[in-house]
Each structure stands twice: as structure tokens, then as C-alpha cells.
Design a binder for this molecule. Structure first.
Ligand SMILES: [Zn+2]
Length: 344
């Protein structure tokens, strides 16, 4: 069985259609709807939405504690549905809270930073790092291109790196199938790979409607590939292990999408797939996304340290990193060859 959103709408001004959507799909009949927004969102959103009986709830941060608190509030307030309006953090908190309260959730995305827009996973911060929690897929997904465009450039399209990393994640999955007999899900692979390829070959400009639509749809497909697979496998391989490692060892270095893109390029380089690495590098470069440790503000030694640590972030996942099992001197070597190749 495939859990998929009932409704997907990617366009400029999509937020304004939220009220109609909620009543048309009968997600909320009595109108008791919670609208979760991030701390930077003003009260203007209430007037813009024009949903009678909607209560705007402000989410302070992307922590597990905030998500649990919101879940309790949804339950005690007897809300019928929740709409999360914002970037990744707000959506993740709202998804978790909706799951906890057992009510439908509509994701209204205002930045294209990663593929969690339409995934059954919520990523939240807790005392000792970040956790990924299985939740119910959003009932509907709206992507407002006007809001995506007005978000800071670095955040709004960093999801390019996240969706491109599917190419590396799929290659890791195929490697695991060949080496350790892991079962592959063909539909999940098809969705993840085509989502990545269409972004890889779509020239831009990155803030034009056509590109943003392709990116939004690809991120949705990538998120859904995880629902099909029943795990993050099609969208998370050695690339995401490197991302998690950088986040643990050097917190605050860069965003999810930026790190996933660098991780994918490095893993593709390690795999010796020069043609694919060249394409990924060109795409990241075209969109102003980081490619090298220096672009991330890390030294080569720190990056090598993160790559060495990476397999520990996801025990049991077989990727190119576990496969090669490089020693520290070997890794230092590979990182310096990588930097030489992609510094230009
Ligand atoms: Zn990701």
C-alpha cells in the first residue's frame, strides 16, 4: 500500500488556496484548524488565509520538545486538522504533532531546502543531536512559489543538493544489493532517480517558475520514494552519513541540502564514476551550492575526519563508505585528490 498525499499544488500564491482546500477535501468541516507558523511569521498570515476559526500557533524552534508540546495542544484544543506553513523545521514539527494528535496535516512549504516536504519522516532536534521519526504522510502538500522566491536564496533552493543526492543513495543501494544481498524496491528507485535526473539536467534559472516547479515536484517525488521503500534508503546513502557526521562534529556548518550535495559529489567521486561526478559538480556550481570542504568553511582534515566518522551515524546501512572502509591516511589522500579535482 502506498500512502500518498490526496492533493498536491505547486504554484505562485498557493497559500491563498488553503482555506478552500481544507473545506473542499473535507479535511476540516467545523473549521477548527490550527495553523502552525515559524517565529518569523507575522500576524498578516491570519488575514491572508481567511479561514474562520483558524488559530495561529507559533512554533519557537525545530525541537522534539516543541513538537510534543504542539501535539498536546492539538489534542487538548480538539483541533480537526493542522496546516504547517513554513520551511523544513515548521513542517517537521507540525507533521510530528499531527501524528501524535491523530489528525490530518497539510504541509504548506515556503522553501525548497530538502525532501521532507512530502515524506513520512519528521526530523527533529533533541538533547543529544537530531532524530528522524516515522509519521503519517501529509494529507495535502502546497508549495507557494512566491514565498519560496522571497526566502533567502541559500535556503530556498538548497534542496537541489538533497534531491541530487538520490543518485548517490540509489548507487549505494545497488551496491548493497550486489555486495550484501539487500532487497531493492524498483518503484522507489525509479522515483528517486528520475527526481534527481530532472533537476540535474534542468538548466534554470534557479528562481524562475519553471525551475522551482521542477525542483518542488522532484523533492515531493523523492520524499514519496521513501514512503514507497518504507525507509529513507532511496534518498539517503553515504552522502547523508557524511551530512550527519558534519552536523555532529561541526554543528552549524551548512544546511541539509548543501551538505547532502557535497556528500553526494564526494561519494560519487569515491565510486570512480567520473562522468556522473562531473554532472553533479556542474549542477551544484551552476546553482551556487558548495562542492568542496573550503566552500563549507571546513579544512580538508576536518572533512576527512567527518567522512571517517560518517558510517557511525547510520549503523547497518551499507554504502560506498562501508564498502571501501578507507583508513585515515587513505582518506586524507582521497580528500586531497577530490579537492584538487573540484577546486576551480
Ligand atoms: Zn535529505
Amino acid at each position: 500500500m502506498l500512502a500518498a498525499p490526496l492533493f498536491i499544488d505547486v504554484r505562485a500564491g498557493a497559500v491563498a488556496g488553503l482555506g478552500t482546500l481544507l473545506s473542499d477535501l473535507q479535511i476540516a468541516r467545523s473549521g477548527r484548524v490550527a495553523v502552525a507558523v515559524g517565529p518569523s511569521q507575522g500576524d498578516a498570515i491570519r488575514d491572508e488565509l481567511r479561514i474562520d476559526g483558524a488559530e495561529v500557533l507559533r512554533i519557537p524552534d525545530g525541537s522534539l520538545a516543541s513538537a510534543v508540546e504542539l501535539g498536546q495542544r492539538l489534542r487538548s484544543g480538539q483541533f480537526e486538522a493542522i496546516a504547517g506553513i513554513g520551511g523544513g523545521k515548521t513542517i517537521d514539527v507540525a507533521k510530528f504533532a499531527a501524528h501524535m494528535a491523530g489528525i490530518p496535516m497539510v504541509a504548506v512549504t515556503t522553501s525548497l531546502g530538502h525532501d521532507g516536504i512530502a515524506s513520512p519522516v519528521s526530523t527533529l532536534r533533541h538533547e543529544s543531536g537530531t532524530g528522524s521519526y516515522g509519521v503519517v504522510m501529509p494529507t495535502a502538500v502546497l508549495v507557494d512559489l512566491d514565498r519560496v522566491r522571497s526566502a533567502p536564496a541559500a535556503l530556498s533552493t538548497a534542496g537541489i543538493g538533497d534531491v541530487i543526492s538520490d543518485l548517490s543513495a540509489v548507487a549505494d543501494w545497488e551496491l548493497a544489493a550486489a555486495e550484501v544481498g539487500e532487497q531493492i524496491d524498483g518503484l522507489a528507485v525509479a522515483m528517486a532517480r528520475s527526481a534527481a535526473l530532472v533537476v540535474l539536467h534542468q538548466p534554470g534559472p534557479a528562481r524562475g517558475d519553471e525551475f522551482l516547479t521542477v525542483l518542488a515536484e522532484s523533492l515531493i517525488m523523492s520524499g514519496m520514494s521513501m514512503a514507497v521503500a518504507g525507509s529513507s534508503r532511496p534518498a539517503s546513502g553515504g552522502d547523508h552519513e557524511i551530512m550527519h557526521a558534519v552536523n555532529e562534529l561541526f554543528p552549524g556548518t551548512a544546511s541539509h541540502g548543501e551538505l547532502a550535495g557535497v556528500g553526494a559529489l564526494f561519494c560519487t567521486f569515491l565510486r570512480g564514476d567520473d562522468a556522473k561526478a562531473e554532472l553533479i559538480s556542474a549542477c551544484l556550481r551552476r546553482h551556487g551550492l558548495p562542492r568542496t570542504p573550503a566552500d563549507l568553511g571546513l579544512s580538508d582534515a576536518d572533512f576527512a575526519k567527518a567522512v571517517a566518522y560518517a558510517p557511525r551515524t547510520r549503523p547497518g546501512r551499507y554504502t560506498i563508505l562501508e564498502h571501501l572502509d578507507l583508513s585515515e591516511p587513505q582518506l586524507t589522500d582521497r580528500v586531497s585528490a577530490y579537492v584538487k579535482t573540484f577546486t576551480a
